[in-house]
Design a protein around this ligand. Sequence first.
Ligand SMILES: COc1ccc(-c2cc(=O)c3c(O)c(OC)c(OC)c(O)c3o2)cc1
Ligand SMILES: O=C(O)CCC(=O)C(=O)O
Ligand SMILES: [Fe+2]
Length: 367
Amino acid sequence: MSLNEANVLVSTYIDEVPTYASHVPVPNVQETVRNNPLKVPERYVRSEEEIQKVLYMPQLSSQVPIIDFTLLSHGNKDEILKLDIACKEWGFFQIVNHGVKIDLMQQMKDVVAEFFEFPIEEKNKYAMPPDDIQGYGHTSVVSETQILDWCDQLIVLVYPARFRKPQFWPQIPEGLKDTIEAYSSEIKRVGEELINYLSLILGLEEHVLIGLHKEVVQGLRVNYYPPCNTPEQVIGLTPHSDASTITIVMQDDDVTGLEIRYKESWVPVTPIPGALVVNVGDTVEILSNGKYKSVEHRAMTNKNKKRTSFVSFLFPRDDAEVGPFDHMIDAQNPKMYKNVTYGEYLRHTLNRKLEGKTQTDAAKIQD
Ligand SMILES: COc1ccc(-c2cc(=O)c3c(O)c(OC)c(OC)c(O)c3o2)cc1
Ligand SMILES: O=C(O)CCC(=O)C(=O)O
Ligand SMILES: [Fe+2]
């Protein structure tokens, strides 16, 4: 950051398109199911212990906080307090009245559903190369022996627009690109406003947290979970925490799958039509010296229904420095995390398999 002639803080311009991680290419799950809907290949089968070692508590689902975005925008103190508690206790909440038009959300669901229905040869024109995480494929696979997730993904970097790689933006169906653009622009608006509220609840001036990002970077990951004949044997997306500042998820209205860690249990996040799910990422955990945790979560699959989630990660630019704020550290709360350059942290995370909270654990100062 530097000051320009008008004494306004500006970040130095970076125009190189970043690359983030490599991975081992894996079979396409949708094709696997199409070829044999009954058989789950060995590489996807998890032990009962792995799936059920944490208690499943659907009865807690109704307690996942719901935040009214309009109340936040009007500076309602109770709603800000609710947000603070949601971030501290759950790390997850749903937002309503966020202003993203229901028609736009539906259009995004429709065009993406159409993309996934195209023949594999068409979709593979956007295949994720082994040395990138953008395109159609699956990230976070680092060995040939790793147990795989029951999920195909489409990933693109959306903002800043100069970082886009057009070769990964599907040209089919017509309108997909424009819809991703329109949807992501709305998510950017909501996300940046939420980051400002997080700044306030962290005890900072409204724009400090966004300033620290240098520029907010936004990636979109669409997770497509085909139905699975034996859903109790597989995981759609392995338990992990997000490396982002915040993540905003649009999920299908009629099928559950997202589960979050709450104390010693897995709690499903029941879809509320029109709502968006938000979770606090590792950046906030590190900046707050662990006061706000990025909570572990996973996605499970269904026997007869496919599920799609639309995940927008908002995170700092590569050259942003991330470390616990001084005012979060005192004698009772010694500094718990190292200072990191965000680009290094994100690459470290994206170049490994998903594994619970291991990446935030690695960022901790050893004693
Ligand atoms: C080049 O386009 C993109 C760059 C980065 C991402 C992205 C950001 C994340 O924060 C993120 C993440 O937190 C995450 O969970 C651990 C993840 O799963 C492995 C991501 O793929 C991921 O991607 C997206 C697009
Ligand atoms: O499918 C979901 O609801 C969760 C997806 C997720 O956690 C992710 O993509 O990081
Ligand atoms: Fe996630």
